[in-house]
Design a protein around this ligand. Structure first.
Ligand code: ARG
Length: 269
């Protein structure tokens, strides 16, 4: 596990540093300014692909039809800045790279971790949040730390970094393909954990907290591994949109909007 994590982290760190050095100051391209006035200005649609099983980043709100959460709110704020209308497309997480490539969505905003591998498939915006992979276990589990995962069945959401880390060869720090059971969503993996079909679930921390709060008898191990950067995915080579999204993100960070959105969904402990 360690080796892979180091490689992944080195990749994300490098990206963060590059983004820091290479980022241009927000330019006024006429599309920025007061969000509300610009909202419907151009009528163009910004299609955001996501997988809405991942609270607090994306999930179905109380009315059961609207997708809400940190990513939805940030994407809406970006769309407003760009004078575009946000449309959210809910799909499988592992189908997002192909959807970007095919052009059925313009951005992927899905608590998506920047990894060197994914950077060969898509471009990433600046990071807007940090994620941490954690391990969910039943309260009576004999798994007390990540050192106890060897020989266990690990549930993951298909195509996520939890999947990638855990399914890696033991020689590369993972637990091997046979150790991993893949599910279409985090909640399905947690369901399998409750039914005893897997011994633990490896997934991002904030969704993990939500799943554990919604299901009695589960807890999260204290040992955290893999600190990750979340960023917005954009079709490789679409520098025009990438620049616009980064400018909008820089403004939204500078004026406190990003912090405010995150604070709405994640309460400080
Ligand atoms: N951060 C993890 C990854 O990029 C998991 C993201 C899952 N996102 C979701 N909306 N279901 O692989």
């Amino acid at each position: 596990m360690k080796k892979i994590l180091t490689a992944l982290l080195a990749g994300t760190m490098a990206l963060t540093m590059l983004a820091g050095c290479g980022s241009k100051p927000a330019e006024n391209n006429g599309a920025q300014g007061d969000a509300n006035n610009n909202a419907a200005a151009s009528g163009e649609t910004l299609r955001m692909g996501t997988n809405a099983t991942f609270p607090p980043y994306e999930f179905y709100g109380d009315n059961g039809t609207d997708i809400v959460g940190i990513d939805a709110d940030i994407a809406k704020a970006i769309a407003d800045k760009l004078g575009m209308t946000l449309e959210i497309v809910d799909q499988d997480f592992d189908s997002l790279p192909a959807a970007l490539e095919a052009g059925s969505i313009d951005i992927a905003a899905a608590g998506m971790t920047v990894t060197p591998d994914r950077q060969t498939q898509m471009d990433f915006s600046e990071s807007y949040a940090t994620g941490v992979q954690v391990v969910i276990v039943p309260e009576n589990s004999d798994i007390k730390s990540i050192d106890d995962l060897t020989g266990k069945l690990i549930g993951v959401q298909q195509g996520t970094t939890g999947d990638i880390y855990c399914a890696a060869d033991p020689a590369d720090g993972g637990y091997g393909e046979d150790a991993v059971r893949r599910f279409n969503s985090g909640p399905l993996a947690v369901e399998a954990l409750k039914n005893g079909q897997v011994d633990c679930v490896v997934i991002d921390q904030e969704p993990a907290k939500n799943y554990v709060a919604a299901n009695a008898g589960l807890s999260i191990l204290d040992t955290e591994f893999a600190v990750e950067d979340y960023a917005i995915g954009i079709k490789k080579g679409n520098t025009e949109l990438l620049d616009k999204v980064n400018s909008a993100l820089q403004e939204l960070k500078a004026d406190g909007t990003i912090d405010q959105i995150i604070g709405t969904y994640i309460k400080a402990e």
